[in-house]
Design a binder for this molecule. Structure first.
Ligand SMILES: *Cc1c(COP(=O)(O)O)cnc(C)c1O
Length: 447
């Protein structure tokens, strides 16, 4: 209780920072203090924001918290505009709503089948050359729209050291993995030494070329980006970091300072946003967000359509809204500020890019395109570009590759297999196609 009283006092003083004492400001900017004083009770939010919910509303919120716990760092809470909190994009991302208890018919606990595509606990191996590695199940702030909502606040799923070792062992024994994505939870909630140890273990594996960390700490706990952490990260020269800003308001002075430390340590920074109803489903907000990101050396990477996780329907938008936003970005602002809009396929199909149609039509010698202004143009194809048969046997080809054959590249899959001349396959057919089954039955009858 004592901690809560202090949290309220310091948070309130911070909101009115002219009166905050140096002592209190030092505590405020210590990330351990922020974690220790994470706000988990409705009453604390009411006291800090100076608002009062009706008993009915408070009961609703508490009922929601029972199923999906609440956690808000004092820093992130301090960004809320208490005069208009109900429409506040920060409030909506961190404060529970009874709507989370509504499960719509298409919702799933694990829409991306991360648990299914998991060769060892903590690892999701979906794509040929890269894995997702959950090294932490702790977060400083519980995003209400979390795709891994099923695990939020679930003590049982905190990865143990043995589990992490098992994951590292899997990567060591799987030479096709050249890219490791450390995620969670938030990897930056682990102690510095542990982050250092994991990075050291993984970067030592000869076939691992790239390591990425996905973290929301620059947004919700920017004080976590300490000089010491930046010094540790700087040692790893194949490390990328992806962060998660959803609204331009989240790029505060403090947050920008954290980004600067990471960028100055030489780490390429990306951002993954989620398209969220009544928070950022607006072309102007998105444009502002991506422009502010690149101004701070963060490259917008993905814009996600909100997943079909249980209790997220009130956050989901139509796909058309996402396309409309993409339409408002491409051409209208710097190309490198434009993220790829993706739907992470339910059932584990991976990310599928969605964008407006720019290719309007084509003939044997021309394509017809349109640009962002609506100008329709043509591109004339060369007359003498001949089809070269490619069966992926590079021996007989004049193009210089001069690389050791990478086995994964030698066996095409999916649409790229249909496009090349690897074998005689001309279709991709569902395994349980009823028509095939019928034909088989007929064959059996004939025999
Ligand atoms: C998103 C994701 C990746 C990384 O995909 P990229 O498109 O390379 O960023 C890898 N594995 C899983 C399971 C993912 O969900």
């Amino acid at each position: 209780m004592q901690a809560t009283v202090e949290a309220i006092k310091i948070t309130k003083e911070h909101l009115n920072s002219e009166t905050a004492s140096k002592y209190l400001m030092e505590k405020w900017s210590d990330w351990h203090w922020q974690i220790k004083n994470t706000i988990r009770k409705v009453e604390t939010v009411e006291k800090i924001l100076g608002i009062k919910f009706s008993d009915e509303k408070r009961n609703e919120i508490n009922k929601t918290i029972e199923k999906f716990p609440m956690a808000i760092t004092p820093y992130y809470l301090s960004l809320i505009d208490s005069d208009d909190y109900e429409n506040d994009p920060v409030f909506k991302q961190c404060f529970p709503s009874i709507k989370e208890l509504t499960i719509s018919p298409f919702d799933m606990a694990d829409p991306l089948s991360e648990d299914k595509d998991s060769p060892v606990p903590g690892i999701t191996h979906r794509y040929p050359d890269r894995v997702l590695f959950h090294i932490s199940n702790i977060c400083s702030m519980y995003c209400r729209f979390c795709t891994r909502k099923r695990k939020v606040g679930d003590v049982d799923s905190i990865p143990s050291k043995d589990m992490i070792l098992e994951g590292i062992e899997y990567i060591k024994n799987t030479p096709s993995v050249r890219d490791v994505l450390l995620s969670g939870g938030d990897p930056f909630l682990l102690p510095d030494e542990q982050i250092d140890w994991i990075l050291e273990q993984i970067t030592q594996i000869p076939h691992v070329e790239v390591v990425r960390i996905g973290t929301r700490t620059p947004v919700v706990l920017p004080y976590r980006i300490t000089d010491n952490l930046a010094r540790i990260l700087k040692k790893y020269d194949n490390l990328w970091i992806n962060t998660h800003y959803n609204h331009p308001r989240e790029l505060t002075k403090t947050s920008i300072h954290a980004l600067k430390k990471l960028a100055n340590a030489g780490i390429p920074l990306g951002n993954q946003s989620v398209l969220l109803r009544d928070i950022n489903d607006c072309p102007r907000i998105m444009k502002k967000l991506v422009q502010k990101l690149v101004a701070n050396r963060v490259r917008p990477y993905y814009l996600y359509q909100c997943d079909l996780s249980e209790g997220l329907e009130h956050f989901r938008t139509n796909v058309g809204k996402g396309i409309e936003i993409m339409e408002s970005l491409r051409g209208h602002t710097s190309g490198f500020a434009v993220p790829t809009y993706v739907i992470d396929a339910p059932g584990g199909g991976g990310k599928i890019p969605i964008m407006p149609n720019y290719l309007i039509s084509w003939s044997t010698d021309k394509v017809v395109l349109r640009n962002y202004e609506g100008v329709i143009t043509t591109y004339k194809m060369p007359e003498n570009y001949e089809h070269t048969v490619c069966n992926l046997d590079c021996e007989g080809c004049n193009l210089q590759l001069k690389l050791d054959n990478d086995e994964a590249d030698l066996k095409p899959i999916g649409i790229s297999r249909l496009l090349c001349d690897y074998d005689d396959d001309i279709t991709l057919v569902p395994e349980d196609l009823e028509r095939d089954q019928r034909n088989k039955d007929i064959e059996e009858l004939v025999v």
